[in-house]
Design a protein. Structure first.
Lengths: 78, 178
Protein backbone atom coordinates (compact mmCIF):
# COMPACT_ATOMS: atom_id res chain seq x y z
CA UNK A 1 0.00 0.00 0.00
CA UNK A 2 1.34 3.42 -0.96
CA UNK A 3 0.62 6.55 1.04
CA UNK A 4 -0.27 9.88 -0.53
CA UNK A 5 2.92 11.35 0.91
CA UNK A 6 5.08 8.72 -0.77
CA UNK A 7 3.27 9.28 -4.05
CA UNK A 8 3.72 13.05 -3.87
CA UNK A 9 7.42 12.63 -3.08
CA UNK A 10 7.90 10.42 -6.13
CA UNK A 11 6.12 13.02 -8.28
CA UNK A 12 8.25 15.82 -6.84
CA UNK A 13 11.41 13.82 -7.48
CA UNK A 14 14.32 16.02 -8.51
CA UNK A 15 15.39 13.67 -11.31
CA UNK A 16 13.00 14.15 -14.23
CA UNK A 17 13.61 10.71 -15.72
CA UNK A 18 12.91 9.10 -12.35
CA UNK A 19 9.54 10.80 -12.06
CA UNK A 20 6.52 8.57 -12.76
CA UNK A 21 4.47 9.24 -15.88
CA UNK A 22 0.72 9.84 -15.82
CA UNK A 23 -0.28 6.19 -16.22
CA UNK A 24 2.10 5.14 -13.44
CA UNK A 25 0.62 7.83 -11.18
CA UNK A 26 -2.88 6.55 -11.97
CA UNK A 27 -1.82 3.02 -11.02
CA UNK A 28 -0.36 4.28 -7.72
CA UNK A 29 -3.52 6.33 -7.08
CA UNK A 30 -5.68 3.23 -7.46
CA UNK A 31 -3.67 1.60 -4.70
CA UNK A 32 -3.17 4.62 -2.46
CA UNK A 33 -4.49 4.63 1.07
CA UNK A 34 -7.39 7.04 1.58
CA UNK A 35 -6.41 7.70 5.15
CA UNK A 36 -4.27 10.76 5.83
CA UNK A 37 -1.50 8.76 7.48
CA UNK A 38 1.92 9.39 5.99
CA UNK A 39 0.89 12.58 4.23
CA UNK A 40 2.08 15.11 6.75
CA UNK A 41 4.66 17.31 5.10
CA UNK A 42 7.23 19.11 7.16
CA UNK A 43 9.67 21.88 6.40
CA UNK A 44 13.34 20.99 6.52
CA UNK A 45 14.83 23.17 9.29
CA UNK A 46 18.34 22.76 7.87
CA UNK A 47 17.56 24.95 4.86
CA UNK A 48 19.92 27.90 4.77
CA UNK A 49 19.31 31.38 3.43
CA UNK A 50 22.46 32.33 1.52
CA UNK A 51 22.23 30.03 -1.47
CA UNK A 52 22.18 30.14 -5.25
CA UNK A 53 18.98 29.85 -7.26
CA UNK A 54 19.66 26.23 -8.15
CA UNK A 55 20.24 25.41 -4.49
CA UNK A 56 17.00 27.19 -3.66
CA UNK A 57 15.20 24.75 -5.93
CA UNK A 58 16.86 21.81 -4.23
CA UNK A 59 15.96 23.20 -0.82
CA UNK A 60 12.39 23.65 -1.98
CA UNK A 61 12.26 19.97 -2.80
CA UNK A 62 14.02 18.93 0.38
CA UNK A 63 11.46 20.99 2.29
CA UNK A 64 8.91 18.30 1.50
CA UNK A 65 9.49 15.26 3.64
CA UNK A 66 7.13 12.59 4.77
CA UNK A 67 6.44 11.90 8.38
CA UNK A 68 4.95 8.47 8.84
CA UNK A 69 2.30 8.78 11.50
CA UNK A 70 1.36 5.45 13.02
CA UNK A 71 -2.34 4.74 12.76
CA UNK A 72 -2.48 2.50 15.82
CA UNK A 73 -2.28 5.17 18.58
CA UNK A 74 -5.15 7.09 16.99
CA UNK A 75 -7.25 3.93 16.86
CA UNK A 76 -6.49 3.31 20.52
CA UNK A 77 -7.60 6.84 21.38
CA UNK A 78 -10.85 6.27 19.51
CA UNK B 1 -11.92 13.50 -23.36
CA UNK B 2 -14.02 14.94 -20.50
CA UNK B 3 -10.95 16.18 -18.58
CA UNK B 4 -9.96 18.65 -21.31
CA UNK B 5 -11.64 21.90 -22.25
CA UNK B 6 -13.99 21.80 -25.26
CA UNK B 7 -15.04 24.52 -27.63
CA UNK B 8 -18.73 24.46 -28.51
CA UNK B 9 -18.69 26.68 -31.57
CA UNK B 10 -16.41 28.88 -33.61
CA UNK B 11 -19.05 30.38 -35.90
CA UNK B 12 -18.59 34.09 -36.42
CA UNK B 13 -19.17 36.84 -38.91
CA UNK B 14 -16.96 37.86 -41.82
CA UNK B 15 -14.61 39.82 -39.59
CA UNK B 16 -15.28 38.18 -36.26
CA UNK B 17 -14.56 34.86 -34.64
CA UNK B 18 -16.82 33.70 -31.82
CA UNK B 19 -15.58 31.04 -29.45
CA UNK B 20 -18.16 29.56 -27.13
CA UNK B 21 -16.84 27.73 -24.10
CA UNK B 22 -18.59 25.87 -21.29
CA UNK B 23 -19.25 27.62 -18.02
CA UNK B 24 -17.62 26.18 -14.91
CA UNK B 25 -18.57 26.46 -11.27
CA UNK B 26 -15.08 27.52 -10.25
CA UNK B 27 -11.46 26.54 -10.38
CA UNK B 28 -9.07 24.49 -8.29
CA UNK B 29 -7.73 27.67 -6.63
CA UNK B 30 -11.16 28.46 -5.22
CA UNK B 31 -11.47 24.88 -4.01
CA UNK B 32 -8.14 25.13 -2.15
CA UNK B 33 -9.14 28.50 -0.66
CA UNK B 34 -12.39 26.97 0.61
CA UNK B 35 -10.38 24.45 2.65
CA UNK B 36 -12.68 21.48 1.99
CA UNK B 37 -13.41 19.28 5.03
CA UNK B 38 -12.27 16.03 3.37
CA UNK B 39 -9.38 17.02 1.09
CA UNK B 40 -8.03 13.46 0.80
CA UNK B 41 -11.17 12.12 -0.85
CA UNK B 42 -11.42 15.16 -3.13
CA UNK B 43 -7.71 14.92 -3.93
CA UNK B 44 -7.93 11.31 -5.03
CA UNK B 45 -11.02 11.95 -7.13
CA UNK B 46 -9.79 15.13 -8.84
CA UNK B 47 -6.17 14.02 -9.15
CA UNK B 48 -7.28 10.91 -11.01
CA UNK B 49 -9.20 13.07 -13.49
CA UNK B 50 -6.34 15.54 -13.91
CA UNK B 51 -3.79 12.78 -14.48
CA UNK B 52 -6.12 11.19 -17.05
CA UNK B 53 -6.27 14.49 -18.91
CA UNK B 54 -2.50 15.01 -18.63
CA UNK B 55 -1.94 11.48 -19.93
CA UNK B 56 -4.18 12.25 -22.90
CA UNK B 57 -2.30 15.41 -23.93
CA UNK B 58 1.03 13.64 -23.41
CA UNK B 59 -0.14 10.88 -25.74
CA UNK B 60 -0.76 13.63 -28.28
CA UNK B 61 2.90 14.68 -27.74
CA UNK B 62 1.92 17.98 -26.10
CA UNK B 63 3.40 19.43 -22.92
CA UNK B 64 1.03 21.80 -21.12
CA UNK B 65 3.82 23.68 -19.24
CA UNK B 66 1.48 25.78 -17.10
CA UNK B 67 -0.51 23.38 -14.95
CA UNK B 68 -1.63 25.15 -11.77
CA UNK B 69 -4.81 25.41 -9.70
CA UNK B 70 -5.99 28.48 -11.64
CA UNK B 71 -5.92 26.47 -14.90
CA UNK B 72 -7.96 23.54 -13.65
CA UNK B 73 -11.68 24.27 -13.76
CA UNK B 74 -14.09 22.49 -11.47
CA UNK B 75 -17.74 21.54 -11.86
CA UNK B 76 -19.45 19.98 -8.90
CA UNK B 77 -22.83 18.57 -8.01
CA UNK B 78 -23.10 17.64 -4.37
CA UNK B 79 -20.09 15.51 -3.58
CA UNK B 80 -19.26 14.77 -7.23
CA UNK B 81 -16.45 16.89 -8.68
CA UNK B 82 -15.39 17.11 -12.30
CA UNK B 83 -11.99 18.60 -13.22
CA UNK B 84 -11.20 20.13 -16.61
CA UNK B 85 -7.73 21.25 -17.75
CA UNK B 86 -7.70 24.63 -19.52
CA UNK B 87 -5.34 27.33 -20.80
CA UNK B 88 -3.06 25.75 -23.34
CA UNK B 89 -1.41 29.10 -24.12
CA UNK B 90 2.04 27.91 -23.12
CA UNK B 91 1.70 24.32 -24.32
CA UNK B 92 4.10 22.96 -26.90
CA UNK B 93 4.30 19.93 -29.12
CA UNK B 94 7.43 17.85 -28.81
CA UNK B 95 8.78 14.49 -29.84
CA UNK B 96 10.96 13.42 -26.92
CA UNK B 97 12.62 16.28 -25.10
CA UNK B 98 13.24 19.71 -26.43
CA UNK B 99 15.44 22.70 -26.04
CA UNK B 100 13.22 25.66 -25.48
CA UNK B 101 12.99 28.48 -23.02
CA UNK B 102 11.50 27.73 -19.65
CA UNK B 103 7.98 28.95 -19.11
CA UNK B 104 5.25 28.53 -16.56
CA UNK B 105 4.36 29.59 -13.06
CA UNK B 106 7.24 29.60 -10.65
CA UNK B 107 5.63 27.82 -7.71
CA UNK B 108 4.53 24.90 -9.89
CA UNK B 109 7.59 24.80 -12.15
CA UNK B 110 9.70 21.64 -12.25
CA UNK B 111 13.38 22.12 -11.30
CA UNK B 112 14.59 21.12 -14.77
CA UNK B 113 12.42 23.85 -16.32
CA UNK B 114 13.74 26.40 -13.87
CA UNK B 115 17.44 25.55 -14.39
CA UNK B 116 16.86 25.75 -18.16
CA UNK B 117 17.60 29.48 -17.83
CA UNK B 118 21.07 28.97 -16.38
CA UNK B 119 21.98 25.77 -18.25
CA UNK B 120 21.29 26.35 -21.94
CA UNK B 121 21.70 22.69 -22.84
CA UNK B 122 19.42 21.36 -20.12
CA UNK B 123 16.28 19.68 -21.42
CA UNK B 124 12.85 19.06 -20.09
CA UNK B 125 9.77 17.25 -21.29
CA UNK B 126 6.59 15.49 -20.16
CA UNK B 127 7.75 14.87 -16.54
CA UNK B 128 7.63 18.65 -16.00
CA UNK B 129 3.81 18.50 -16.13
CA UNK B 130 3.78 15.64 -13.63
CA UNK B 131 5.81 17.75 -11.19
CA UNK B 132 3.29 20.60 -11.49
CA UNK B 133 0.45 18.19 -10.68
CA UNK B 134 2.35 17.03 -7.58
CA UNK B 135 2.81 20.62 -6.45
CA UNK B 136 -0.94 21.20 -6.87
CA UNK B 137 -1.59 18.10 -4.75
CA UNK B 138 0.66 19.33 -1.95
CA UNK B 139 -1.11 22.69 -2.02
CA UNK B 140 -4.55 21.08 -1.69
CA UNK B 141 -3.55 18.69 1.09
CA UNK B 142 -1.31 21.06 3.06
CA UNK B 143 -1.92 24.65 1.90
CA UNK B 144 -0.32 26.24 4.97
CA UNK B 145 2.94 24.34 4.54
CA UNK B 146 2.97 24.94 0.80
CA UNK B 147 2.46 28.67 1.38
CA UNK B 148 5.29 28.77 3.90
CA UNK B 149 7.65 26.87 1.58
CA UNK B 150 6.72 29.16 -1.31
CA UNK B 151 7.40 32.30 0.72
CA UNK B 152 10.79 30.94 1.74
CA UNK B 153 11.47 29.96 -1.86
CA UNK B 154 10.76 33.49 -3.12
CA UNK B 155 12.96 34.98 -0.40
CA UNK B 156 15.78 32.67 -1.43
CA UNK B 157 15.37 33.70 -5.06
CA UNK B 158 15.52 37.36 -4.08
CA UNK B 159 18.59 36.68 -1.94
CA UNK B 160 20.22 34.91 -4.88
CA UNK B 161 19.56 37.97 -7.04
CA UNK B 162 17.35 36.27 -9.61
CA UNK B 163 16.15 39.34 -11.46
CA UNK B 164 15.78 37.82 -14.92
CA UNK B 165 12.05 37.20 -14.51
CA UNK B 166 9.21 39.15 -15.98
CA UNK B 167 5.83 39.11 -14.34
CA UNK B 168 3.11 38.18 -16.82
CA UNK B 169 -0.01 38.42 -14.70
CA UNK B 170 0.77 40.81 -11.90
CA UNK B 171 1.38 38.03 -9.41
CA UNK B 172 4.88 37.67 -8.07
CA UNK B 173 4.91 33.94 -8.81
CA UNK B 174 3.63 34.10 -12.39
CA UNK B 175 6.72 34.48 -14.51
CA UNK B 176 8.11 33.74 -17.89
CA UNK B 177 11.80 33.65 -18.64
CA UNK B 178 13.47 36.23 -20.83
Amino acid sequence: MTTLGEMLLSILSEVPLGRPNSSQVLKILADVDDKPQGTRLLLDPSAGSNVSAANAIRIKLKAVVVQQRPLLPRLNQA
Amino acid sequence: MPCLEHFFSDRGGVHTLNITMPRFDGDFRQLIDKKPPSPYVIFKNLFTQVMTGVGHIHQARIVHRDLKPDNIMINHEGSHYQAVITDFGLSKELNTQFNTRGAGTLHYMAPEVFVRTTRPYAQYGFPADIFSCGAIGVELLHPEIYESASRRFMRLLNTAGCSSFITISGRESDVSFL
